[in-house]
Design a protein around this ligand. Sequence first.
Ligand SMILES: *Cc1c(COP(=O)(O)O)cnc(C)c1O
Length: 454
Amino acid sequence: MSKTKKFLLSENDIPTAWYNVVADMKNKPLPPLHPATKKPLTIDDLTSLFATELAKQELNSTDRWIEIPEEVRDLYKNYRPTPLVRAYGLEKALDTPAHIFFKNESVSPVGSHKLSSAIAQAYYCKKEGITNITTETGAGQWGAALSYAAKAFGLELAVYMVKISYEQKPYRRSIMQTFGAQVIPSPSMSTKAGRKILTEHPNYQGSLGTAISEAIELALQTPNCRYTLGSVLNHVALHQTVIGLEAEKQMEMAGEYPDMVIGCFGGGSNFSGITFPFLRHKLTDGKEVRLIAAEPASCPKLTRGVFQYDFGDEAGYTPLLPMFTLGHDFAPAHIHAGGLRYHGAGTIVSQLKKDNLIEAVDIKQLDTFKAATLFAQTEGIIPAPESSHAIAAAINEALKAKEEGKQKTILFNLSGHGLIDMAAYDQYIAGDLTNYDLPDEEIAQNVAKLEKII
Ligand SMILES: *Cc1c(COP(=O)(O)O)cnc(C)c1O
């Protein structure tokens, strides 16, 4: 019998509800705090920044399932359900008894998982009569996804793009502009937050934290405008659960249940998306499944950060979130996985990590490109540098299974393709890429600046 390579669902199998894991958590995440009063945030505090429905989702800790609006499902149909693929080629190259599956989010028209939340956020903004939205983007994946979603719902979008990525990844900027968005390199002189950091560090290459501050500032100053974020927040993780809900059905089709589920980790959205539906089996049925976040060794908030209240941005405009963090002014090394250069982890994932319900590993840049190259050569897909962290972690687990002579079933999320990141591959091929060591003292110094609220 010939082997099944791809497990495909039909449009009717697109989930009708997102899964809200908080409803099933025994220890709920600590509440977000108002940055000035340090009191728990209310819906009203949040609605100056976000669409009301998104603010409600952000604070919802009771409803397990939240219905996906028909208009959102209709746009999901452009590319969902995404395939689940058995990586026979990779298994063979590793000579491992492990079965390796990946959920292929790279087939989305913008090349990453980010569209699942972009569509939802643009929809709710439109529905509530908002006309303009702002956001930030690191490698440009979120900006590209939101540019398309904003256009689909007729919203005007301004994107602050981290300057290093604006220069390293000019084609992502072109994609956003093609969809009709306005793109500004960050830090910029157009906001107080941008001017301040440029005055202090004229050559600053930008960070997600700074770009978030700029996008929030513009949103607060523009009439009928809201801010949107592509990761970290609870409502973003919620929207991404379509990934894991589809994968759950597809693993059933494959007749297997994963021993472990792996996602790369920036702020946590794709990791949450692929893992939370499986975590549900662990929380409600006591099922054994390991959930592994793969983060860059140069930006290791889950493996080496502290659990503390911190801001989501560099200037301190956002609410204080209880998170694993390296400190909101942490300046990560300029690794090519731009989408993972973020100082903190979402509050749900942070609580889960604190309660040992999930694990984290850190991966060095050169190991991610080595893994990416093997994956490309055996599966025919050039992975995004971000996704390559998940691939490297999956390969490590497959090799461990080989050593132990055990059959393990590994599922990882291929969060995006790397076809617009070829400059990074060029540098790797030329031997010009390096690892970045992050000394303990640097982390200690940075987190020492945090106010000790916990
Ligand atoms: C943005 C991005 C990430 C990191 O963000 P998360 O919110 O942690 O998922 C990972 N992979 C790709 C392809 C991305 O675009």
